[in-house]
Design a protein around this ligand. Sequence first.
Ligand code: HEC
Length: 221
Amino acid sequence: MFHWLEKNPFFFASAISIVISFAGLIEIVPNFSKAARPLVDLKPRTVLELAGKEVYKKDNCIACHSQLIRPFKSETDRYGKYSLSGEYAYDRPFLWGSKRTGPDLHRVGNYRTTDWHEAHMKNPSKIVPGSIMPAYKHQFTNVADIETAYAEAVTVRNVFHTPYGPEFKSGKAAWEAHKPKVLADAKKIADEMQDEGVKKMVAEGKVPEIVALIAYLNSLK
Ligand code: HEC
């Protein structure tokens, strides 16, 4: 019945690609509708933490740090429980990384503190002699973009149904209503820090990048 098709290389090639693409579609397309499976008690990041995640991406910490503890004894002894896929369900994008120049940071919130990060980010080799990690002094004066972080939360709520509350709506009014919460979170971090410039900025309603970054690092548990 299909002899004519087999004798025509063009149609035959086209028919093969149609069959293969169809099989491909059947395998791949349904996966797009699959929801991520978060761990039972997983909470989405706060807006301040999201802003800190942006700083982490922008300053390219992923160039030296992974966030994925492998199930090896050497890693679980050092960092704690190995990472589970459900822990990343709300991370878009995830920041697993693959370069392990520095330590893994997936649970760094369990054993480092705000004041430790402050001193370390300002001058790593002063805290860890011989450290090759660069200093990130600009983070103490640059302002983090908390409004865009809020918009990100609203977007993932709308598009991926990430469980942010119904108060996460687009529009200026909703943002203005949420902003005091972000500033309060920022103040909590700034209160644990030494840097006077940072405290002053937060008091003026601006969030320095370092504050958002530390909030993010503290949330990695
Ligand atoms: C050039 C590579 C490099 C880059 C880029 C880098 N780090 Fe590091 N980091 C290191 C190294 C090496 C260490 C281990 C020595 C030390 O503690 O300073 C380290 C240590 C750390 C630690 C301590 C972890 C622990 O378990 O003690 C934290 C936290 C950290 N880095 C955060 C960051 C953040 C946040 C950024 C991005 C703003 C960043 N690092 C960028 C190389 C890097």
